[in-house]
Design a protein around this ligand. Structure first.
Ligand SMILES: Nc1ncnc2c1ncn2[C@@H]1O[C@H](COP(=O)(O)OP(=O)(O)OP(=O)(O)O)[C@@H](O)[C@H]1O
Ligand SMILES: [Mg+2]
Length: 253
């Protein structure tokens, strides 16, 4: 369980996240929505340790508040970014294997001389990559160069890399941005598979069809403040949400 307590993030004069408290329960898909500039990505940055914040953050019994980024990954925070970074000239397998670094415990010497420690590490990374590819249904393309794949698959590799660090929770920032409707449907299925695998997903997404279809719970923020929280059928009726989206009706699929 991820718990945020009174999180505030300030950028000089601007309060980007304003005293936000919320809980993301285990093995759920929890979405964070709100208009452009509402502070969603900043919430993720606070959770991953990329921006300074007031308030406290807990993952299960561990307090993450003062920990640096890599320690937070170690305790189970995985994330993908709004702008993906894929190594085009590496295969899908190699791209995935890169994601395992938080558990890296071999030295440069080990890798140059291919000591048994390094080969154990590499074997472990390879096995984990295959396991992740299995969850995401991309085992058949592990040998393909990432740059030759359609955008939808590149996004999946990005998510796969976040899964490589054996997270308890993954933070996905607009995974469906730029995807076609068909790709986005496939993506939706993949997020459900991640849930089936026992993980928790904290999702930022503008594709309301996806959000209302797969979320167990939705938190809505505007100007950094929580304005609504509940199950999809509750959120869809919330007057605060409708007015934050400037009257645009949120239609449930
Ligand atoms: N590093 C930064 N320095 C200064 N201001 C920032 C920084 N990052 C974000 N902001 C500001 O904080 C506010 C919240 O930004 P944020 O990126 O969290 O919004 P968002 O909800 O993710 O928006 P979008 O839906 O467009 O991705 C915005 O006004 C933004 O300009
Ligand atoms: Mg954002």
């Amino acid at each position: 369980m991820l718990r945020l307590e009174n999180i505030t993030v300030r950028f000089s004069g601007l309060v980007a996240v304003d005293n936000l408290s919320m809980i993301v329960k285990d093995r759920t898909i929890h979405s964070l929505i709100g208009p452009n500039g509402a502070g969603k990505t900043t919430v993720f940055n606070a959770i991953s340790g990329l921006v300074k914040h007031d308030g406290r953050i807990f993952l299960d019994e561990y307090e993450l508040t003062k920990l640096p980024v890599h320690k937070r990954v170690y305790y189970g925070i995985g994330r993908s970014f709004q702008n993906i970074i894929i190594f085009k000239y590496l295969t899908v397998l190699q791209n995935l294997m890169l994601g395992i670094h938080p558990h890296l415990d071999y030295t440069f010497f080990d890798s140059v001389f291919e000591t048994s420690k390094f080969s154990t590490y590499e074997r472990k990374a390879r096995l984990k990559a295959i396991e992740v590819a299995d969850i995401l249904g991309i085992k058949s393309i592990l040998g393909v160069y990432a740059g030759t794949l359609p955008y939808g698959y590149q996004k999946l590799i990005d998510v796969g890399r976040a899964l490589m660090s054996e997270p308890k929770i993954i933070l996905l920032d607009e995974p469906a941005a730029g995807l076609t409707e068909k790709e986005s449907d496939i993506f939706k299925e993949k997020i459900l598979k991640i849930k089936e695998a026992g993980l928790t997903t904290f999702l930022i997404e503008h594709d309301m069809r996806m959000v209302f279809d797969i979320s167990d719970k939705i938190t809505v923020i505007n100007f950094g403040k929580k304005i609504a929280e509940g199950m999809p059928n509750e959120i869809v009726k919330s007057p605060e949400v409708i007015s934050a989206y400037l009257g645009t009706e949120i239609t449930q699929p």
